[in-house]
Design a protein around this ligand. Structure first.
Ligand code: ATP
Ligand code: MG
Length: 428
């Protein structure tokens, strides 16, 4: 029979193994703990959403919706009619959909949620840019005050600090103003870019008609040159938006969180108002240097069918955080057994089974053989496992009710009673 053809993962989607996942768990744990410490509770929504959630929530003219979504038609169980569904490219719109569907955004509601999970965008894969990637993120609803903008940025900064990455990242902030400010700003951009239309990329000529702000986000070198000379949104802020922005800057200063006002910063999604921000890494990221980004999106909830609800949040890329971690810090120690139990004879092997089970019930990491191998082979496995302790169990030890406990690093040996209670104590 011919050998079956080798199967491959989908382009830009990665398999991850334990060597990498020790770092992943560390990043996710730090993020979860930090979110909880800032009063955010976890939310998990489906990975598959109706495409309309993002068309309405992120904006039809954005790169994400226009070019990057994995969407397909899902046939209705009832009449076979089709609904377009997609793998979620981001999570803010999906979270708002869920909050509205479950009636959580009633008048005067205050809600703070966080999420950790995979997102999908059909982009050109490279280091730090994958088609399946993973985000941590949070959203606060109901808070109009600048204090929550500051809290969200402080939360990201805390995660970076606890990962050892704060000193190699920079916080950039800007304000896009309120809807009316954005509108006036947009008109100024149209006037400016129309004057340079022939020099714009094809994509940006389309953006000029659909949403001129998108041009500011373009990565095309020709566009970049023109963007430098374009009008800046800070010049168009209303008094309210300006006060808000000043209060955000003052709040960050009060906490001693360094930031730079970048008046050219805009974000790739349509829903932002007032504050926008990015944390940009200096190490290990090449051109994919933004590790986390977010801002205020006071109009989004209404766009998705809810009451007007102020909101602010961010999303950060786990892959990029890990690239940075690898560049600046040692990886976390691998997970290893506290003890390796070696069975000498049949009675000893049976005792190993019982003790390993009893210790694992208490959450202790135990190494043990399940293949009935020789003592020599088990000893070799004990070494390889990097267990802290080991002990050998046979009929003699069972009769005496005593074990010799070996500290693997030094070879030192000490006696311990043969029962799960005494062994558990020795492992702690
Ligand atoms: P970029 O400008 O790098 O394309 P973006 O503006 O599209 O980023 P957001 O939609 O704001 O990114 O997502 C927030 C974060 O998620 C980014 O800062 C980045 O860390 C991460 N991220 C976004 N897209 C990808 C991807 N394709 N692969 C890996 N991480 C990503
Ligand atoms: Mg992008």
């Amino acid at each position: 029979m011919a050998k079956a053809e080798q199967l491959h993962s989908v382009k830009g989607m990665d398999d991850l193994f334990e060597v990498d996942l020790a770092t992943w768990r560390h990043v996710e744990q730090v993020a979860r703990d930090t979110f909880l410490s800032y009063g955010f509770g976890e939310v998990r929504t489906p990975i598959l959403e109706e495409t309309a959630v993002f068309v309405r929530g992120v904006g039809a003219g954005t790169d994400i919706v226009h070019k990057e979504m994995f969407a397909f038609d899902d046939k209705s169980d009832k009449d076979g009619s089709a609904t377009s569904v997609c793998l979620r490219p981001e999570n803010t719109a999906g979270v708002v959909r869920a909050m509205l569907e479950h009636g959580k955004l009633f008048a005067d509601a205050f809600e703070q949620v966080f999420y950790v999970g995979p997102m999908f965008r059909r982009e050109q894969p490279q280091a730090g840019r994958r088609r399946q990637f993973h985000q941590i993120g949070c959203e606060a609803f109901g808070f109009a005050e600048p204090g929550m903008d500051v809290a969200v940025m402080a939360c990201v900064h805390t995660i970076l600090t606890r990962l050892g990455l704060a000193s190699t990242t920079k916080l950039l902030i800007n304000s896009l103003g309120d809807v009316a400010d954005r509108h006036r700003y947009s008109e100024a951009l149209v006037t400016y870019f129309t004057g340079h239309e022939t020099a714009l990329s094809d994509d940006s000529r389309r953006r000029l008609r659909e949403n001129p702000l998108r041009i500011l986000d373009s990565k095309d070198p020709a566009d970049r040159a023109l963007v430098e000379g374009a009008p800046k949104p800070l010049a168009f802020l209303s008094d309210g938006a300006r006060d808000h922005f000043n209060a955000v800057c003052a709040g960050l200063t009060r906490l001693g969180i360094p930031f730079v006002v970048d008046d050219a910063l805009v974000r790739g999604l349509d829903y932002y108002t007032r504050t926008v921000f990015e944390f940009v890494g200096e190490a290990g990221l090449g051109s994919q240097s933004t590790v986390a980004a977010g801002g205020r999106y006071d109009g989004l909830v209404e766009t998705l069918g809810g009451r007007p609800t102020p909101a602010v949040g961010f999303a950060g890329g786990i892959e990029r955080l890990i690239l940075m971690l690898k560049a600046v810090a040692l990886p976390p120690a691998p997970v290893t057994p506290a003890i390796y139990l070696v069975g000498v004879d049949d009675a000893g092997r049976a005792e190993v089974d019982r003790l390993a089970y009893a210790l694992r019930l208490q959450g202790i990491n135990v190494g043990a053989d399940v293949r009935g191998r020789s003592v020599k082979a088990q000893m070799k496995s004990a070494d390889k496992s990097q267990a802290r302790l080991s002990t050998v169990i046979g009929s003699g030890e069972i009769e005496a009710g005593m074990l010799q406990l070996k500290t693997m690093a030094t070879g030192a040996v000490s006696p311990v009673a043969l029962n799960a209670h005494a062994l558990a104590a020795a492992c702690r």
